[in-house]
Ligand binder design. Structure first.
Ligand SMILES: [Zn+2]
Length: 319
């Protein structure tokens, strides 16, 4: 069975994607979950133009694809994404899934359904279409809050595992300053190995070098992201964390991203004004720094930005 990547504009061979950013957003709208979506008052045409021009700049910076990691109810406007993808030189992979419940309420659909029904929903979004569209997801997103995994978050993780086993569609998780190891435990109890997962926002824990090594030793693929968002960490932090992972021999498990968005609304810390929308920061600024300061070769950069994401994004599509 040929392994393909499911993008918003059709299934493609992984090699056709070139360099990939594994955890980005076009749009984050927490207001959708908080009952006051801003969707109604943005100018649709202007938003498409803004997003397309960002994707054009990203393509010029040498990136061929990105994963749009926004789950159901957090501004995952499928038709908008499709309209952008049709004109974007960068291929876009969209996500099914649900977010965690410490930053906003759990989505009412996730709240109402049991594990089997959430699993069915994820499978349907991968094989038939997201929401009320016929546009298919190529990623399953799930998430945990800080310091604990709530019962509903655990159900969503288990449903993601089961939908992954049924379809092969990859899983990307969000962590909030930890709980990555506990996520791996839950997935392993469902028969999904850490090698099949991408765990995001690693490097934010109390001891980031130690924590990332523990994740990598278990076999997980990790996303070092929010690179360029200096309200969290400067570049030195990421040169240190990424360089350490490479030196310790884990190059085949490392991926990079910005967690950027063109539009973000709804929580105080994600207002539209201060949203990080520089999708070119990694290729333009961070990679030269990483190569100079941590000594990475061009071949090693290709492993991180091409081989690794291409490997995990491709699955044996039957529908
Ligand atoms: Zn994100």
């Amino acid at each position: 069975m040929e392994r393909l990547v499911r993008t918003l504009t059709g299934d493609v061979t992984p090699e056709a994607l070139g360099r990939i950013l594994i955890h980005e957003h076009l749009c984050v709208d927490w207001g959708e979950m908080l009952g006051r979506p801003k969707a109604v008052d943005f100018d649709y045409g202007e938003m498409v133009e803004r997003m397309v021009s960002k994707m054009e700049a990203l393509h010029q910076a040498g990136i061929g694809a990105m994963v749009e990691c926004t789950p159901i109810g957090c501004g995952r406007y499928v038709d908008l994404f499709k309209d952008v993808a049709r004109r974007s030189p960068v291929k876009i992979i969209a996500s099914t899934g649900f977010f965690h419940e410490s930053w906003c309420p759990i989505h009412p659909i996730a709240q109402a359904l049991d594990i089997d029904a959430i699993t069915d929903l994820f499978i349907r979004e991968v094989t038939e279409g997201m929401g009320d569209t016929l546009i298919k997801a190529g990623m399953i997103k799930c998430a945990t809050g800080e310091g604990r995994i709530s019962p509903k978050e655990e159900q969503i993780l288990r449903a993601a595992a089961r939908a992954h086993k049924a379809t092969g569609c990859p899983i990307i998780t969000h962590t909030t300053n930890g709980m990555g190891l506990e996520q791996l435990d839950i997935f392993q109890s469902e028969g999904v190995s850490p090698q099949e997962l991408i765990v995001s926002h690693i490097g934010f824990e109390e001891d980031p070098l130690d924590y990332s090594e523990r994740m990598l030793r278990r076999g997980a693929n990790v996303s070092f992201d929010r690179i360029g968002m200096h309200i969290f960490y400067d570049d030195d932090h990421w040169v240190n964390v990424v360089g350490n992972a490479i030196r310790k021999g884990y190059i085949h498990q490392v991926m990079l991203s910005h967690d950027a968005a063109v539009f973000a609304y709804g929580l105080e810390e994600t207002s539209d004004e201060d949203v990080f929308d520089d999708y070119t920061y990694i290729p333009r600024v961070f990679l030269p720094k990483l190569q100079k300061e941590a000594g990475l070769t061009d071949e090693q950069i290709s492993v991180i930005l091409e081989d690794n994401p291409q490997r995990v994004l491709a699955f044996g599509l039957t529908t």
